[in-house]
Design a protein around this ligand. Structure first.
Ligand SMILES: Nc1ncnc2c1ncn2[C@@H]1O[C@H](COP(=O)(O)OP(=O)(O)OP(=O)(O)O)[C@@H](O)[C@H]1O
Ligand SMILES: [Mg+2]
Length: 423
C-alpha cells in the first residue's frame, strides 16, 4: 500500500491575535501568533494600572484610553507589530445567561448542513435579549429525538433535531462605553468576550468541564461566575463586589490609604489566620502626611479578621448565585478561583470551607512563552481571550453571513453594527 501523504492543514497561514483586558485595577494587553495547529505563542505583552473604571464600568474615558494606549504600546513594541483590532473582555453590565431551545423537523432523513443552518436560524429567531446586548450565543447541547449527548449531529438520522443555546447578555451602555474607550485609543474592537468565559478557557481542564465545575473570577471590582457541565458552558453570573472591597474595608478599619492597605493585604493578608498571626504585629501608616502622626500597630490576625468579614459576604453571594445557576448535587463539587483576588493567601482553603466544595486556584495555561509576570490568576482572562480568538468559537447571534472574502469582518462587524444600531 502506498504511504499516505500528510494532510495539508486548512487555512495554513499564521494569524496574529491581539487582546485587551480592561479591568477595574489594570489594563493588560497581549499579542500572540497562532499557527494552523500549534499553541498560540506570545510575542508581546504590556500592562498599565488604570483608575478610569469602577466595577468594570468605564467612568473616565481619558484615563481609560491612556491606560489602554500605554498597555498596547508596550505590547506592540515588544512584538514588533501594530495592532488594528483586539478581542476585549467584559465583566461589567450585569452579565447574565439564559438557555434558549431551538428545533427543526428532519422527518427521518439524515441531518445535513442545511438542517444545521435551519436549526441555527430557528435558534437565532427565538433569542430575545429583552433590550440587552447578546455577548455570546453558543450551541450548548444537541438533542436528537429527545436524546441529548451527540457532539456533532451531522449525518445522524432523526425525526427532530433540537439544540439548546447558551446566551450571555449584558446591559448595552457599558459595552458601548468600553467600545468607545478602545476606539479613543485608536484600536478597533473585534469581539467582546465575557471575562469568566475567557478565564474558563485558560484555566479549566476538559475533564473538569465534563464532570461539572464553576469558575469564580474575583477581579478588583467585579466577581464573575461561569458554570460548566457535560463539557459545556451552562451559566454565567456577576456580583458587583471584588478584591477592591477588601482593600477599602482594610483601609477604613485602620484609617490608612488604600494604596497602603493594598500592599499590606498582599504582604501580610490572608483568608485564614495561623497561630503566629495573633502575635505578629505590623505598622500601618496613618492617612495623614503629618510627620507627628504615629503609625498604628495591629496584629496580622486583626487584619485577617477584616478580610474575612468581606470574604464571608462575597462567598455568601457566590453561594446564592451557584444555587440559582443550578450548580448543585454530586457533580457540582469543583470550584476554580481566578482573578487577582485569588492571589490572597489561603483563599482556596477559605472558599472550600465557605462553599463546602473542592477549590483550587486557576492559573492560565495553553499559551507558549507567556511571561511569568502574566501567569498568575489575575491574567486568566487575558490568556483566555487569546484562546477564545484562536478557537473561533461558533456563535449563533454574531455569526456573519457567508464571507465575501476570507478574513473579513465577521463576528466583529456584526457585533459592532448591532451595538451601533442600538445607539
Ligand atoms: N496577593 C494578593 N492578595 C489579595 N488581593 C490581591 C493580591 N494581588 C492582587 N490582589 C487584588 O486583586 C485585584 C486585581 O485583580 P484583577 O487584576 O483580576 O482585577 P481587574 O481585572 O483589574 O478588575 P475587574 O475584572 O474586577 O474589572 C486588586 O483589587 C488587588 O488588590
Ligand atoms: Mg478582570
Amino acid at each position: 500500500m502506498a504511504p499516505k501523504l500528510p494532510l495539508v492543514p486548512k487555512g495554513g497561514a499564521e494569524r496574529t491575535i491581539a487582546v485587551l483586558d480592561v479591568g477595574t485595577s489594570k489594563v493588560a494587553a497581549l499579542i500572540a501568533i497562532v499557527g494552523p495547529d500549534g499553541e498560540p505563542r506570545v510575542i508581546g505583552t504590556g500592562g498599565k494600572p488604570c483608575d478610569g473604571l469602577s466595577r468594570g464600568l468605564v467612568t473616565d474615558f481619558g484615563r481609560t484610553e491612556t491606560a489602554i494606549r500605554g498597555a498596547m504600546d508596550l505590547a506592540e513594541r515588544a512584538a514588533g507589530v501594530q495592532v488594528e483590532y483586539v478581542h476585549a473582555s467584559i465583566s461589567a453590565g450585569n452579565l447574565a445567561s439564559l438557555v434558549v431551545p431551538a428545533e427543526v423537523d428532519i422527518a427521518g432523513a439524515s441531518i445535513t448542513a442545511a438542517d444545521m443552518a435551519a436549526l441555527r436560524a430557528d435558534g437565532r429567531a427565538r433569542i430575545d435579549p429583552l433590550g440587552r446586548t447578546v455577548v455570546h450565543a453558543q450551541p450548548a447541547l444537541y438533542v436528537i429525538d429527545g436524546q441529548p449527548g451527540v457532539a456533532s449531529p451531522l449525518g445522524f438520522h432523526a425525526d427532530r433535531l433540537g439544540m439548546e443555546i447558551h446566551v450571555v447578555t449584558a446591559d448595552t451602555p457599558p459595552l458601548k462605553n468600553l467600545d468607545r474607550a478602545i476606539k479613543l485609543a485608536h484600536i478597533g474592537l473585534r469581539s467582546l468576550v465575557a471575562s469568566p468565559l475567557a478565564a474558563s478557557l485558560s484555566c479549566l481542564e476538559a475533564e473538569e468541564r465534563q464532570l461539572g465545575v464553576a469558575l469564580i473570577e474575583i477581579g478588583a471590582g467585579v466577581t464573575t461566575i461561569a458554570v460548566h457541565s457535560f463539557g459545556m458552558l451552562v451559566g454565567v453570573a456577576a456580583i458587583p463586589m471584588g478584591a477592591n472591597d477588601i482593600t477599602k474595608d482594610v483601609a477604613a478599619a485602620f484609617a490608612t490609604r488604600r494604596s497602603h492597605a493594598e500592599a499590606l493585604i498582599a504582604r501580610d493578608g490572608a483568608a485564614i489566620a495561623s497561630a503566629r498571626d495573633n502575635h505578629e504585629a505590623v505598622e500601618i501608616p496613618p492617612m495623614t502626611e503629618d510627620s507627628m502622626a504615629e503609625p498604628l500597630r495591629v496584629t496580622k490576625a486583626q487584619i485577617i479578621s477584616v478580610i474575612r468579614t468581606r470574604l464571608d459576604l462575597l462567598f455568601r453571594e457566590v453561594a446564592l448565585h451557584l444555587d440559582k445557576l443550578g450548580f448543585a448535587g454530586p457533580q457540582a463539587r469543583q470550584l476554580v478561583l481566578t482573578g487577582g483576588g485569588a492571589d490572597l493567601r489561603a483563599i482556596a482553603e477559605f472558599a472550600a470551607g465557605a462553599l463546602n466544595r473542592n477549590v483550587r486556584i486557576g492559573r492560565p495555561r495553553g499559551l507558549t512563552a507567556l511571561p511569568s509576570s502574566q501567569s498568575g490568576p489575575a491574567f486568566a482572562t487575558l490568556a483566555g481571550l487569546v484562546l477564545f480568538a484562536a478557537a473561533e468559537v461558533p456563535d449563533i447571534w454574531h455569526a456573519a453571513p457567508p464571507p465575501k472574502n476570507a478574513g473579513g469582518g465577521g463576528r466583529i462587524a456584526t457585533m459592532i453594527e448591532k451595538l451601533r444600531g442600538s445607539l
